[in-house]
Design a protein around this ligand. Sequence first.
Ligand code: UT7
Length: 332
Amino acid sequence: MSKITAAITGVGGYVPEYKLTNKILEGMVDTNDDWIVSRTGIKERRILNEEGKGTSHMCEFAVKELLKKTNTDPLSIDLVICATTTPDFIFPPTANLICDMVGTKNAFSYDLQAACSGFLFGISTAAQFIETGKYKKAIVVGADKMSSIINYKDRTTCIIFGDGAGAVLLEADTEGFGIQDSILKTDGSGFPYLHAKAGGSRKPITKENFDDADQYVYQEGAYVYKNAVKNMSEVASQILKDNNLTPNDIDWLVSHQANRRIIEATAERAGIPLEKVLMNIEKYGNTTAATIPLVLWDFENKFKKGDKLLMVAFGGGFTWGAVYLKWAYNNK
Ligand code: UT7
């Protein structure tokens, strides 16, 4: 019997309508368009500003689009994983809410929290289920409503993050397309440099500590920056080596979108030419687990069956990783 691989067979996405531009941010904190564009490449980000709507709301749109585009019966889905750091609730998992919203009634589902690397951890995990032969179809959604944990008085973080959701369908494939290999890494000692200090079980938010603003993202940007470039370029080179590939063999580098300079430096260190590097950071900023599927969503038309994609991510935790896959379809 031929080996079963997990192939991406469709992409869906959603970004909220409201655009938080650099100009608007100039009126909120001491910053300016020139600084933001030159240091990060970001021009605007999308913000989900509808009262009472959480991450699942964006996932609902992304997954419904995915099911429609791929003409997939929701009842045929076996598994739904939602990679997110901003779940609707502490429990139940956002993935369960999504299943109810989109009608994937036969799927089991759970959330996966690996910060900005969540989508890569999610597709690698879903692939394991598919490769057993027992599960045929999985949906992995990477989604974050970062605006719910950002302090809009902190210029070092509020200019970076945005909201969005991207989803892929993974299906069993016996022709060799799909996920070929992955390297996933964590280093918990990176915790102090990128985290939210309050809102979890160690420091619940109370009336007394609310004004400390510890419920928001805290980041030591320069340290995270260096580690992002070093670790993403290392796993990128490692996965190429493990699969007997050279940088020239790769058709597209799909990186986590945290900072244009980080993406370019990673590509350069891994030897991937810039014309193969896909970016949409200028439109959405850093949407955490949603960045990679939103790149797939925006650039789906560029991919041809058999194209070799290298995906890399780095984020809080620290978490990082690389996935090498062969694209499975020509866009209809
Ligand atoms: O997705 C998860 C992983 N996250 C990342 O990968 C993000 C990694 N870090 C970064 O992308 C960058 O470090 C930042 C974009 C966060 C910051 O850029 P940087 O080039 O590392 O700047 P910096 O933190 O070294 O700050 C340089 C200067 C400082 O002023 P002084 O000390 O040189 O006078 C900052 O206070 O820029 C100042 N600054 C700002 N100025 C205008 C910091 N934020 C701003 C701002 N507008 N928004």
